[in-house]
Design a protein around this ligand. Structure first.
Ligand code: KG4
Ligand code: ZN
Length: 355
């Protein structure tokens, strides 16, 4: 049996959690900075690192107290090594190193994307997942389609060529005057909107498993904002009047619903096709956007293959998923040195598991 403390500070959540055997959550503390960043309409890196510095100590202490497990009983300390904001990653990494040094417990650096994958193992799994599994990681920073052939064995099939799916939700949310992060607010607005009002572009019909969301975002912008006069365009070149203005005759709810459907259709069509081509046994969706109810429903409709996703609180960033991913590395005998570096850019490949 393993008891692993996980620490996550890659973006705008300071999180710590103790997980038993990669499956059972003994504690799960998440201090969100959403309120801090809302004013900027996105994550402000400098503000994020400072907030992590302030929160990390109390968050880790709380996770230990909640778990009822002492530092002596831990088997390892796991921390997100990347990808993410460098200043934010460093806060978690340095704290984890300090703890590893003080307690004599081994350190494990974890890929954040692999963490999202293992949020699935923390979910109520009535049956053990059967490989190969098609993974769809869709968050504010990532849109990745991967084939998972075993623990730590990944093959990348495709990903976004421009904005991440969550990023598109956030940008369109901002355009519509909705609070940050846009995803959940767009979903809520869409419930009272008509998705047939606007016909936004869908996926290109090609054979790739790559995604693109920036064209969609631009189409939304063109459709719903007041087209600037020549004078305003001139001013904009000089950096003034940046903010696009929503047309008075468009309904935010209708735009939200029409946009959401276009994003969901693109994601579902590519994922369902990949699942069929690679003959997978399951489809796993993880990351913040996998919280989207329309996406979940449409994915289930599009394929006979079982579709799983984490419970809502494990879709977005947390440290339980980091501890869960670490369990399999720990069991495989992997350990990291105390001079481990952070990796702000770190694709999820099988190498990520090997080191
Ligand atoms: O996984 P996550 O917490 O952070 C990253 O690793 O990026 O994902 C956050 C992203 C945000 O872009 C947010 O707008 C999106 O997930 N999101 C959603 C929903 N809930 C969160 N997008 C669509 N529908 C939702 N219900
Ligand atoms: Zn994430």
């Amino acid at each position: 049996m393993t008891h692993i403390l996980g620490i996550e500070t890659s973006c705008d959540e300071t999180a710590a959690s103790v997980v038993i055997d990669g499956k059972v959550i003994a504690s799960n503390v998440v201090a969100s900075q959403i309120d801090l960043h809302a004013a900027y309409g996105g994550v402000f890196p400098e503000v994020a690192s400072r907030a992590h510095v302030e929160a990390i100590g109390p968050v880790v202490e709380q996770a230990m107290v909640d778990s009822g497990i002492g530092y002596d009983s831990l088997d390892a300390i796991a921390v997100t090594r990347g990808p993410g904001l460098v200043g934010s990653l460093l806060v978690g990494m340095n704290y984890a190193k300090g703890l590893a040094l003080a307690t004599g417990k081994p350190l494990l650096g974890i890929n954040h994307l692999e963490g999202h994958v293992y949020s699935l193992w923390l979910s109520d799994m009535r049956s053990e997942p059967r490989f190969p599994i098609l993974l769809l990681i869709i968050s504010g920073g990532h849109t990745e389609l991967l084939l998972m052939k075993g623990h730590g064995k990944y093959e990348r099939l495709g990903g976004t060529l421009d904005d991440a799916a969550g990023e598109a939700f956030d940008k369109v949310g901002r355009l519509l005057g909705l609070p940050y992060p846009g995803g959940p607010h767009i979903e809520r607005a869409a419930q009272n909107g008509n998705a047939a009002v606007f016909s936004f572009p869908r996926a290109k019909r090609d054979d790739s498993y790559d995604f693109s969301f920036s064209g969609l975002k631009t189409a939304v912008m063109r459709e719903v904002t007041v087209q600037p006069s020549a004078e305003v365009r001139r001013k904009r070149k000089r950096g003034a009047e940046k903010k696009a203005q929503l047309r008075a005759d468009v309904s935010v709810n209708d735009v939200a619903a029409s946009f959401q459907v276009a994003v969901v259709e693109q994601i579902v069509s590519k994922t369902a096709r990949a699942a069929k081509q690679y003959g997978v046994n399951e489809i796993f969706m993880a990351g913040g956007v996998s919280a989207n109810q329309l996406l979940r429903a449409e994915m289930r409709k599009a394929t006979q293959i079982p579709v799983r996703y984490p419970p809502l609180n494990l879709c977005t960033d947390n440290a339980a998923m980091i501890a869960a991913a670490a369990h399999y590395r720990y069991e495989a005998g992997l350990r990291d040195e105390l001079d481990l570096d952070v990796k702000p850019m770190w694709p999820l490949t099988s190498d990520a598991y090997d080191k």
